[in-house]
Design a protein around this ligand. Sequence first.
Ligand code: 5RP
Length: 218
Amino acid sequence: MNQDQLKALVGQAAVQHVVPGSVVGVGTGSTVNHFIDALAAIKDRIAGAVSSSERSTERLKAHGIPVLDTSTVQGIPVYVDGADEIDHQGFMIKGGGAALTREKIVADLAERFICIADESKLVDVLGNFPLPVEVIGMAAAQVARRFKALGGEASIRPGVLTDNGNPILDVRGLRITDPLAMETEVNQWPGVVTVGIFARHKAQVCLLGTAEGVKTLS
Ligand code: 5RP
């Protein structure tokens, strides 16, 4: 199976974790696109979705799945999203698709984060994938200097603004041995909108697509 087939496998498997009658939290990315397509088959059994990006909203609506404003939703049982890296504790790097801020907002509404990923995303230590950080533009240079002091090399992602109109810094060369501590630290820096470490909002379950089928890590 190629990588996209593994993504399709876990996207379809995640539908079994959807709570009937509930509002479903929907992430962003190529793996989630498979989940959205599979969700369409049970759209009459859910109350709708809250979405983490304009792209996912568009795809959900194209399937006739109602997309609710997050401000009208007090909580959701399940949020389904992909990851750029996930470790064995469920800590993740996210934001490769530049949707990290809205992803964290929707994840914060959820009781359970179900991560769907192909097996290439599972790592022992986070940091091989460049860490995405959404910043206010005028803070970018100072945030980059702060990362340099931690051994990271930050550069602006060319030609990309988030759905919130902000640039993304991609930080290479970090070895994130304590994701909770680094997320807490970077969150304090002025001008950081969202750091792509999902440790406080880690995955409770990971559906991992492997050549042998879907493995559930929890
Ligand atoms: C978007 C994300 C995605 O979940 C992450 O980039 C994984 O994407 P894909 O499913 O396309 O591999 O964090 O901001």
